[in-house]
Write a protein that binds this ligand. Sequence first.
Ligand code: ZN
Length: 391
Amino acid sequence: MSTLVTGIGELVTNDPSMGEGRLGAVPDAALVVSDDEVAWVGPAGTAPDADTRVDLGGRAVLPGFVDSHTHLVFAGDRSAEFEARMSGAAYDGGGIALTVAATRQATDDELRTHLRRLVGEMRAQGTTTVEVKSGYGLSVEQEARSLRLAREVTAETTFLGAHVVPPEYVGRTSEYVELVTGPMLAACAPYARWVDVFCEPASPHAFDGEASRAVLEAGRDAGLALRVHANQLSAGPGVALAVELGAASADHCTHLTAADVEALAGAATVATLLPGVEFSTRSPYPDARRLLDAGVTVALATDCNPGSCFTSSMAFCLALAVRDMRMTPAEALWAATAGGAAALRRGDVGRLAVGARADLVVLDAPSYRHLAHRPGVPLARVLDPPAPPSR
Ligand SMILES: [Zn+2]
């Protein structure tokens, strides 16, 4: 069955050949959806017929947000830690141990219910593709369980056994890395597309360059593609390692050297910025302008997690990127859609061109600019396909 979506005041395609600028924006547009794919895009006046028709009354339509960095499999509540941080306590990643303890005690159904609620919350705000990491189990069985549950909601699952060193391995990091790269990886690889590591020599809880390399190389040898938590708290070796090993994405990129920026500019590795973290930890933002001006491909994601940033809203992160990181509204929207797709190496999402997945988001506004212009207002919703006509 095909559906003609018409009355689109402004259509963002992310296909420069279709319209204005990098967003390929088309005014007064229409689009035909057939079998969950975009079948036709163009000016409303030249639209073909379809089985059913939806008129959006001049609203803007964009590709669904691609949230390429989240930690949604967890239990427990860390709002008290947030409160303490807002009163001046520092963030160093140590609170993750609290989530690990709560997650280990939770039943499958408790984790599943919570995970599905968060994914639903994201979809209600316009996110149609989400990556989900493990990393709060930190044992062979618990990490495999987290990924098995994540696989129920997304194909973009990431093994993050090297999130932090769990309490029972404190002082024995190299033994823990052997566990992660050995039996844990073997148990998790069947449920994961990606492997990730929290590369941060400045944190006593995370992993240095050598350990991070061991985790990434083992994951790659097990058939997983690579992404890295890099340069969040200090200008460490994460970005250089991500580029050297051909990772799809280096995430955070808050503290970069000139060599890091140069390496990213010459590589296929996307710099994924997570401004919700800096907002929620009251830390300096990454220098998005420096990256963009150097020609680096930039993505935006939420990093939705129970500690350092518990927002599920891509629109909120986009508003932060515009207001506090000086990205233009167009750059921020591209980064939150096509940029996220690049960070996941996906060609079927993050754009609305013929053949792409029909992940349409409707704004209760005439232009995408309203996303950052009206922060905190729930403008975005996913356009679900109309039910087939009753017989
Ligand atoms: Zn993260």
